[in-house]
Design a protein around this ligand. Structure first.
Ligand code: PLP
Length: 399
C-alpha cells in the first residue's frame, strides 16, 4: 500500500467545472453558455439528419474488425479533399501523408509527437489566447512553447500588427499553430488579405504552418470558405499540416473522428511520413475507432448525403450568426453605452465578450448564467428563448 500517496487531485478543467455547476443549479432560468457543443433553438443537442441517414444505411452491415493503424483510408481520402479542395494539386500528386485521428485533439497530439520525434530541437508558437488544451498537448509531447500576439483586448479584434511583428521576429524556420477558422476562444479570424500577408511572411521566414481546423463550415456555413486560409497557404506553396475534427461540423463529438494530414515533398516522402505517424499511433491506441469513420465516409462519399450535410452545417452556422445579431440588438436596445460590435464581428461558436472575471462571477451568482471566467460565451447555448434574459444580465453587470 501507499503506492500513490504523493498523488494530489488534478486541478479541475475550467470548462467541465462550469457544466458541473450548471447541472447542480436548480433555478428555472439557468443558462449554460460555457459548453463548446452545438445546441438547437430549444437548447437541445442535435444529431444531424445526414448522420441519422448514414447510420440507417450502415445498420447491420458494419463489421467490427480493427481498422488499420492509420484508420479508414476511404474516410481519410474524403477528409483531405474537404480540407484542401477536390482538385488540389497536392492530392493529385499524392503528396499528402494522412491518417485518421482521435478527433481534433488526437490529430494535434499526433502532430506534436511527430514534431518532437523528427524536429527534436523545435518549438511551437501558440497564439494568445488559444484553446487551453493546445498548451497541454504540446507540453505532454515535450515540445517547448512560445507565444505570439493574436487578440487585441481594446478592439476585441485581431492584433494584426503585433502578430506580424512576432512572425518576423521568430527565428527562421519556426513552427506556428494557426486556427484555420473560428478561432477558439476569441471568434476572431484574420481577413483574407491578412491571411495572404501572413502566408507571405511565413514564406520569407520559412516558418512551418500547422493548422488546427476544428470548425470547418461552422464559421460561415460554407466548408470551402472556412478553408480559405488553408487554400491561400497551399497556393503559396507552403508545406502545411492540418488537424481536422468532425466533432462540431458533423456533431460527432463523442465518436472521436478526425484526421491529421502532413504535406510532403513528393509521394515517396508521403509514404514514409504516413508510416511514421502510424508508428506513433501504435503504442498509444493501436488503431482508431471504426464507427464514426464509417459515418463520415458515408456522408462525404455520397453526393445526396453530402448536400444534405452542407445544408445542415449552414443551418447551424446561421442560427449562431442570428443569435449574435439578437444578442447585440438586445444589448443596444437596453441602452448599453458600450460597443457590442464585436459580438457580430466575431465568428464561429464563441464570442469573446470582454467581460471581466468579476462580471462573469456576477452573471453566475445573480443570474444563474454559466460560462468560463475569461468571458467566453458559447453562442451555441444562446436561443430565442434566453437571449433577452442573457442580454439583460450582461447589461446589468457591465453598467
Ligand atoms: N481545436 C480547437 C481549437 C477546439 O476548439 C477543439 C474543441 O473544442 C478541438 C481542437 C478538438 O476537439 P475534438 O477533439 O473534440 O475534435
Amino acid at each position: 500500500s501507499g503506492w500513490w500517496k504523493a498523488v494530489e487531485p488534478a486541478p479541475k478543467d475550467p470548462i467541465l467545472g462550469v457544466t458541473e455547476a450548471f447541472l447542480a443549479d436548480t433555478d428555472p432560468n439557468k443558462v449554460n453558455v460555457g459548453v463548446g457543443a452545438y445546441r438547437d433553438d430549444q437548447g437541445k443537442p442535435v444529431v444531424l439528419q445526414s448522420v441519422r441517414e448514414a447510420e440507417r444505411r450502415i445498420l447491420g452491415k458494419e463489421n467490427m474488425e480493427y481498422l488499420p493503424m492509420g484508420g479508414s483510408v476511404k474516410m481519410v481520402e474524403e477528409s483531405i479533399k474537404l480540407a484542401y479542395g477536390e482538385n488540389a494539386d497536392v492530392l493529385k500528386d499524392k503528396r499528402v501523408a494522412a491518417v485518421q485521428a482521435l478527433s481534433g485533439t488526437g490529430a494535434c497530439r499526433l502532430f506534436a509527437e511527430f514534431q518532437k520525434r523528427f524536429r527534436p530541437e523545435s518549438q511551437i508558437y501558440i497564439p494568445v489566447p488559444t484553446w487551453a488544451n493546445h498548451h497541454n498537448i504540446w507540453r505532454d509531447a515535450n515540445v517547448p512553447q512560445r507565444t505570439f500576439h493574436y487578440y487585441h483586448p481594446e478592439t476585441r479584434g485581431l492584433d494584426f500588427a503585433s502578430l506580424m511583428d512576432d512572425v518576423k521576429n521568430a527565428p527562421n524556420g519556426s513552427f506556428f499553430l494557426l486556427h484555420a477558422c473560428a478561432h477558439n476562444p476569441t471568434g476572431v479570424d484574420p481577413t483574407e488579405e491578412q491571411w495572404k500577408e501572413i502566408s507571405y511572411q511565413f514564406k520569407v521566414k520559412n516558418h512551418y504552418p500547422f493548422f488546427d481546423m476544428a470548425y470547418q463550415g461552422f464559421a460561415s456555413g460554407d466548408t470551402d470558405r472556412d478553408a480559405k486560409a488553408i487554400r491561400i497557404f497551399l497556393e503559396d506553396g507552403h508545406q502545411i499540416a492540418c488537424a481536422q475534427s468532425f466533432a462540431k461540423n458533423m456533431g460527432l463529438y463523442g465518436q472521436r473522428v478526425g484526421c491529421l494530414s502532413v504535406i510532403c515533398d513528393d509521394a515517396k516522402q508521403a509514404v514514409a511520413v504516413k508510416s511514421q505517424l502510424q508508428q506513433i499511433a501504435r503504442p498509444m491506441y493501436s488503431n482508431p475507432p471504426v464507427h464514426g469513420a464509417l459515418l463520415v465516409y458515408s456522408i462525404l462519399s455520397d453526393p445526396d448525403l453530402k448536400a444534405l450535410w452542407h445544408k445542415e452545417v449552414k443551418v447551424m452556422a446561421d442560427r449562431i450568426i442570428g443569435m449574435r445579431e439578437a444578442l447585440r440588438g438586445n444589448l443596444e436596445n437596453l441602452g448599453s453605452p458600450l460597443s457590442w460590435n464585436h459580438v457580430t464581428d466575431q465568428i464561429g461558436m464563441f464570442c469573446y465578450s470582454g467581460m471581466t472575471p468579476e462580471q462573469v462571477d456576477r452573471l453566475t451568482s445573480e443570474f444563474h448564467i454559466y460560462l468560463t471566467r475569461n468571458g467566453r460565451i458559447s453562442m451555441a447555448g444562446v436561443t430565442t428563448g434566453n437571449v433577452e434574459y442573457l442580454a439583460n444580465a450582461i447589461h446589468e453587470v457591465t453598467k
